[in-house]
Design a protein around this ligand. Structure first.
Ligand code: NAD
Length: 475
């Protein structure tokens, strides 16, 4: 059977099944989550190997950034599922005397998850957990750029679920676009801002709701009061883990001019200590991953070349080896505002550095660009932290830390406008895949609402009473 026919057939079957899942007992969802959880635990080694073969990601990094977040997500969902799915009573109101109201989260139906290559396991399985917890059927389209992990995801799903509940279609842009033409009840997309726009346009044709987890440039501010050592260590880790191919990786550094030199010294030391055993030999280190493919290696090389040709200095690193898809951690300074590196998401082990003298400059610089997915503030001064929190819009903020805000089970994760629409993780992920159905229950017989119904001359005094009651409400 042609792939197009397989896709259509799976979609049709899932539509039928999704109607059944709506009425199913919550314990069935828990059983599905538990199966998934057990598979991840039993196959930790297989997952590690697949991601390693895709871009030489160290096994420990896979444990921390792929397997760990999925286990957190699934444990959290299993723990709170009963609470999240219980109908929530809302407060009564005098103008609604005699009625009761509650909110019930029902499954949206048939959902599509399109995932990227950079965390190829967790960014496919994380949303899947939320979708299953919310009672949906799912079609997944993992990234074609990480074939080992995508094929493992495919066999995992085949082993765990019938195709009318969860199915995987591997492939590139064409498969993605065929799927996007179908009237899904929800589309959860993680990827670039440019493709996010294509997804939203396709979704609009069917009025499918969307969650768009996108990218962008995440700034890091290190002020004059920051602990330089802590900042250096945490930024080095946040930048170089996954070889800088992280949606929330620090993208550009804004460092107070008074601490630039000590910070740089400490930062270089931290990168070498963590990722090259205290040397500059990142290439032969077991802790340093690779760029995913030649195309992205070429893109990063071009970003560096363009910056240099427009007057930038590479004050650290810069070595590349295309055959090995290796790029040394690199720091770019004195770059021109019209260099591509000033506006494009870097998405690799390269960081630009600029100094500032006043926080107003920082605020203007960040607000002059698209709203970031994350912002990092290194400071001990509450007033500075508060100013940045109030004056800059960003999807998430970490203070004196990098990346950890991403997987916190009680915090929503997502961007704003160009960096994303909608939220994921924990209850927020569950809600994204649920329709919050509001229910009003009226009593039988005489009701306060009946008094407001026509003929109006008779209802006049009750209408006045109704309006006055609302007006008298204490604000
Ligand atoms: P991408 O947008 O190129 O691809 C993502 C997915 O979309 C893939 O499955 C791909 O096959 C599909 N796709 C690509 N082109 C398409 C098209 N024209 N039509 C339909 N589908 C298409 O992204 P990527 O390179 O895989 O991932 C990197 C980007 O993802 C970065 O911008 C990064 O910041 C972002 N990202 C965001 C998050 C987040 O949670 N916000 C997480 C990880 C990555």
């Amino acid at each position: 059977m042609e792939k197009t026919d397989q896709i259509q057939e799976t979609f049709d079957k899932q539509q039928k099944t999704s109607a059944k899942l709506r009425a199913e007992k919550i314990k069935k969802r828990r059983e599905r989550l538990n199966k998934l959880r057990k598979w991840i635990l039993d196959n930790r080694e297989l997952i590690g190997k697949a991601v390693y073969h895709d871009f030489k990601k160290p096994l420990e990094e896979t444990d921390v950034t792929e397997i760990g977040p999925c286990l957190l997500e699934v444990n959290h969902a299993m723990k709170y599922l009963n609470k999240w799915t219980a109908p929530e009573m809302v407060k009564g109101h005098i103008s609604y005397l005699g009625t009761t109201g509650y909110v019930y989260c029902e499954p949206k139906g048939v959902c599509l998850i399109i995932s990227p290559w950079n965390y190829p396991f967790s960014l496919a399985v994380g949303p899947l957990i939320s979708a299953i917890a919310a009672g949906n059927t799912v079609i997944m389209k993992p990234s074609e750029l990480t074939p080992n992990t995508s094929s493992l995801l495919n066999s995992m799903i085949k082993e765990l679920f019938p195709g009318d509940e969860v199915a995987v279609f591997e492939g590139g842009v064409e498969v993605s676009q065929e799927l996007l033409a179908l009237p899904f009840d929800h589309i959860f997309f993680t990827g670039s801002t440019a493709v996010g726009k294509i997804v939203m346009e396709a979704a609009a044709k069917n009025l499918s709701s969307v969650t768009l987890e996108l990218g962008g440039k995440s700034p890091v501010i290190v002020d004059e009061t920051a602990s330089i050592r802590d900042a250096a260590n945490r930024i080095a880790w946040g930048k170089l883990v996954n070889n800088g191919q992280t949606c929330v990786a620090p993208d550009y550094l804004l460092v107070h001019e008074s601490i630039k030199e000590p910070f740089l010294k400490s930062f270089k030391f931290a990168m070498e200590k963590q990722f090259a055993n205290g040397t500059q030999d990142f290439k032969n280190s077991d802790s340093y991953a690779r760029i995913v493919n030649e195309k992205h290696h070429g893109r990063l090389s071009a970003l560096l070349d363009d910056a240099i040709s427009k007057g930038a200095d590479i004050s650290y690193g810069g070595e590349k080896d295309a055959t090995e898809k290796y790029l040394a951690p690199s720091i770019v300074e004195n770059y021109s505002s019209d260099a591509d590196i000033a506006t494009e998401e870097i998405f690799g082990p390269v960081l630009t550095l600029e100094t500032y003298s006043s926080l107003d400059e920082v605020v203007d610089k960040i607000n002059g660009q698209e709203k970031p997915l994350s912002m990092y503030i290194f400071s001990k001064k509450q007033q500075n932290i508060q100013k940045l929190l109030q004056e800059v819009s960003a999807g998430s903020v970490a203070i004196n830390e990098t990346l950890l805000q991403f997987a916190h089970p009680y915090l929503p994760f997502g961007g704003v406008n160009h960096s994303g629409i909608g939220k994921s993780h924990g209850k927020y992920g569950f809600m994204e895949f649920s329709n919050q159905k509001s229910i009003l229950k009226q009593r039988s017989g005489l009701t306060s609402a009946a008094a407001l119904m026509p003929p109006y001359p008779k209802a006049r005094k009750y209408v006045d009473l109704f309006v006055n009651t609302i007006l008298k409400w204490k604000l």
